[in-house]
Write a protein that binds this ligand. Structure first.
Ligand code: NOJ
Length: 576
């Protein structure tokens, strides 16, 4: 391993780093089969190095039936031929390292695919492997061969029962996600052994970090029983379960990854647990993803019921997680977008004028970037976010691929929604919004593939694409380059304390906070308001501040006492 990466590994949790998520299937296709692949990523490393990011998180590229786009793994220690070979992987690791970037891999250790050898051997009758999964008799079963009813009323994350009857086992198996993704039983020490071996395998291949998929769901409750209501409450019951910290500590120790860059995806989690997951004294993980700030546009907490984002609630959640993690010595992963989320620029800014310089599209994208990068934690960029990519523009359900979208479309229709209503919900919330092919050029298929893309390319690639943005003064991409450089060079943004500020009653849709380190102070002011508004410069303590380090709109006059007018979606980063 060369010096550059050694240094990065040692500093892995120093909060100066920026992580870039690559959704492998949609990033760059090198062989014309319509799917992104590992050589495609290697071919774009200069683009990524130029952006200034430190780590590339790759979504799963392991052999998989692709029912959940690779999050249904059938072999943990191999490369799916559709994405390349192990040599391609080694080449990517080495080429990234030469450019000063490390590779982070996605570890999907909470469930396997039902095509995984372990599940297949369980089906073939091997008891050792039957003990790898969570198997139960049906409710009211009259004996072997009679399924009865599912063991509990639990609903899986993708909609429908969390239990699947398997006649070859004569049992139901638990799947918190798709029925092709049986959960493994982490209470079984053999399973914990296997999983530590998987992580060690990739560590020894030269990766510098790991992202752990729904890792807070690995410890199931001692007693598995019905939950009140429609069964979806089981997710809160399974989250942050009784032995999760013990299992994580053991995994980290046995795979030798303590101190590496690690992040856990924490579903339906709580602050206290995330502090424990990420406080360095606990020797669990480096940082955690939580999702409460991305539920502020769920009506009644239901993802498929649409409403405008509630910015007062957004501020409350961000404040709780920023100040709360700080108080407990934990660390947040900062993000708006990933492969499971609609594009934030559409979500918080609506549609219209996409790709138009000087329009709300540009301001919303830049405002969100400032807000995220100025907070305490490690910023993540999801591919295309740095270009201002928006939601897919699909107009029929057939254009969507995602299993969750199709399940919920059906559930919405069964629940009485019209086809138009159901489609509107999917258009706004589908995970495919984040999974459309990367927009490299204005040309055919956005330069993603010379074949037929696995998922349709949005029409706005003619205005929003890397070719037009790289090197173009004031573009979203160049703005990101500037912001990343600023963040990486700023001690106060890396290590300063965070405190949310009161913006005054005239600005309920403005989120402002300060970062302080010694005598240095930086204030971020971010307006989520589609109208102009005014904040109180004295209340924010910025009246006598000096430089505007970065802004969405440019053209800020001298700061002074009294009201500071903000234009729609304006954000300022101010040094005091
Ligand atoms: C979270 C991943 O990000 C998502 O894409 C996947 O479907 C589920 N976990 C199940 O692995």
């Amino acid at each position: 391993m060369d010096e550059k990466v050694n240094t990065m590994t040692a500093q892995s949790n120093n909060k100066n780093s920026v992580v870039y998520e690559i959704y492998v299937k949609s990033f760059c296709d090198s062989d014309g089969d319509g799917l992104g692949d590992l050589p495609g990523i290697t071919s774009k490393l200069d683009y990524l190095a130029n952006l200034g990011v430190d780590y590339l998180w790759l979504t799963p590229f392991y052999p998989s039936p692709q029912r959940d786009n690779g999050y249904d793994v059938s072999d943990y220690c191999a490369v799916d031929p559709r994405y390349g070979t192990m040599e391609d992987f080694d080449e990517l690791v080495a080429a990234a390292r030469e450019r000063g970037m490390g590779i982070m891999l996605d570890m999907v250790l909470c469930h396997t695919s039902n095509q995984h050898e372990w599940f297949q051997r369980a089906l073939a009758g091997e008891e050792r492997y039957q003990r790898y999964y969570i198997l139960r008799d049906g409710k009211g079963s009259m004996g072997p061969g009679d399924p009865g009813e599912p063991p509990t009323n639990w609903q899986c994350v993708f909609g429908g029962s969390a239990w699947e009857w398997e006649p070859r086992l004569g049992k139901w198996y638990l799947h918190m996600h798709d029925s092709s993704q049986p959960d493994v039983d982490w209470a079984n020490p053999d399973v914990r052994d296997e999983m530590a071996g998987v992580v060690r395998f990739w560590k020894e291949r030269g990766v510098t970090g790991f992202r752990f998929d729904v890792i807070n769901l690995i410890s199931k409750p001692e007693v598995i029983e019905d939950v009140p209501g429609d069964g979806s409450a089981c997710r809160a019951l399974v989250a942050d379960g009784p032995h999760v910290h013990q299992y994580l500590k053991e995994l980290v120790e046995r795979s030798g990854i303590d101190g590496m860059v690690t992040v856990g995806e924490m579903a339906s989690t709580g602050l206290e647990n995330c502090i424990r997951y990420t406080n360095p004294d606990e020797h669990e993980l480096g940082m955690s993803f939580s999702f409460h700030h991305l539920k502020v546009d769920y009506r009644d907490g239901n993802k498929w019921k649409l409403m405008d984002p509630d910015i007062v609630q957004l501020r409350r959640v961000l404040r709780e997680w920023q100040e709360g993690m700080q108080a407990g010595g934990g660390c947040n992963a900062l993000f708006w977008c990933n492969h499971d989320q609609p594009r934030a620029i559409t979500r918080f800014g609506g549609t219209g004028l996409e790709g138009q310089r000087g329009g709300s599209w540009e301001h919303v994208g830049k405002m969100l970037a400032i807000c995220s990068f100025a907070m305490r934690g490690t910023p993540y960029i999801f591919q295309g976010e740095e270009l201002g990519m928006t939601n897919a523009d699909y107009t029929s359900i057939e254009q969507f691929d995602d299993v969750e979208s199709h399940n919920n479309y059906r559930i919405l229709l069964e629940g009485g929604s019209s086809q138009e209503e159901a489609l509107r919900a999917i258009q706004a919330r589908s995970r495919d919004n984040g999974r459309t092919p990367m927009q490299w050029t204005a040309g055919e298929n956005a330069g993603f593939t010379c074949g037929t893309p696995w998922l349709a390319v949005p029409a706005n690639h003619v205005r929003i694409n890397a070719e037009d943005e790289v090197g173009a003064a004031g573009s979203m991409y160049e703005f990101y380059c500037e912001l990343i450089a600023l963040r990486k060079g700023s001690q106060v943004l890396a290590d300063g304390t965070v405190r949310f500020l009161d913006t005054g009653s005239g600005a309920p849709k403005v989120i402002a906070f300060e970062r302080v380190l010694g005598s240095e102070r930086v204030v971020a002011i971010c307006s989520f308001d589609s109208e102009g508004c005014a904040v109180d410069a004295d209340g924010l303590g910025i009246a006598a501040c000096g430089d505007v380090l970065l802004s969405t709109h440019g053209g800020i006059g001298k700061l002074s006492h009294g009201a500071l007018a903000l234009r729609p979606y304006e954000a300022l980063l101010i040094a005091c």
